[in-house]
Ligand binder design. Structure first.
Ligand code: GLU
Length: 312
């Protein structure tokens, strides 16, 4: 593959090396996610020229969960601008789990950043549209432009999370109390749960990551989806906050902006080079895909992708 130095043989070798790694647990706090197949495993890489490398079940769709967060954040940045968005959401890491209840800044009561649940729920409240249906449509259309096709919400996962999402509900009502959220909290939560339930396959997710790697331009369609300054916002927050309470270790060991989701998806961005996506539902105690972490760490190490490495 031109841009990244990766080859099909290399990716197949990595796949074979990690396919027998079987530790971790499938997420169960959203009951529907328990149905994931523990053996599911796929790796896709898309470079900035739009070339694709994939191994494993890369066509199998899973819900995005928190992998959606940097993109919905980028979407509202495009719609409202940095100042308006960050009036309501901060840019600091928490060192806490994704669903921590103690996650509002002490004086401003803003959520710390858009990568944790509170921040992402606040971002959902900024999605444009005159009605709930229009908001959902603008959100799915936006995600569709990222992958150049029509995308759908997995309604069963959405309803499963809506039914059991009291922790997110509590966080959202707390934000309403502090004036961070305005409007109907249940509608905002529905949109957040629907965003997390958008179905994508591994290749789609690599395209999404590659769009950020490519300065906001979708490598296949050439569409300019994010302004360069907004790409910078997304990537810096993915690096410092994308991996929740293990973001420090991730930056220290891997040095790539990344985002994981509890469906077992994880993406990493190699700026100017490529996007990497791994899907595999067995999760560690932080909610990250166990195979995903190892695979991205290995690929990044083998190819000198750490953004803090001197290039040359
Ligand atoms: N929808 C999930 C939640 O809000 C996303 C969490 C994640 O993927 O990290 O709990």
């Amino acid at each position: 593959m031109l841009g990244s130095g990766l080859s099909n043989e290399y990716l197949t070798q990595i796949f074979d090396q990690y396919k027998d790694l079987k530790y971790g647990e499938v997420a169960s706090y959203i009951p529907e996610l328990k149905k994931a197949k523990p053996s599911h495993f796929a790796i896709s890489v898309v470079d900035c020229q739009g070339q694709i490398l994939s191994v494993g079940e890369s066509e199998l769709e899973v819900t995005l969960q928190s992998v959606s967060k940097p993109f919905s954040y980028g979407f509202v940045l495009e719609e409202l601008g940095i100042e308006e968005v960050h009036h309501k959401v901060g840019v600091e890491p928490t060192g806490e789990a994704f669903n921590s209840i103690i996650e509002l800044e002490e004086s401003s009561h803003r959520p710390f950043n858009p990568m944790i649940n509170s921040g992402a729920i606040a971002i959902s409240s900024m999605i444009p549209g005159a009605s709930d249906a229009q908001k959902l449509q603008s959100l799915t259309e936006f995600f569709g432009t990222l992958v150049d096709r029509t995308v759908h919400v997995d309604n069963t996962v959405f309803l499963s999370e809506k039914k059991t999402g009291d922790r997110n509900r509590a966080i959202a009502y707390l934000m309403k109390n502090f004036g961070i959220l305005s409007g109907d909290v249940e509608s905002i939560l529905d949109l957040y749960f629907q965003q997390c339930s958008i179905l994508m396959n591994t290749e789609d997710m690599a395209f999404m990551a590659a769009t950020l790697a490519n300065g906001g331009v979708q490598p296949k369609t050439g569409k300019n989806i994010f302004k360069a300054e907004h790409v910078k916002c997304c990537l810096s927050l993915m690096l410092t906050c994308g991996m929740y309470d293990s973001a420090g270790r991730w930056a220290f060991e891997v040095g790539l902006p990344a985002k994981s989701g509890v469906s077992g998806a994880i993406i990493a961005v190699v700026p100017g080079v490529c996007g990497i996506a791994v899907t595999s539902p067995l999760l560690d105690e932080h909610g990250h895909s166990c195979r995903g972490l190892e695979v991205i760490k290995k690929i990044a190490g083998d190819h000198n992708f750490n953004i803090f490495n001197p290039r040359g």
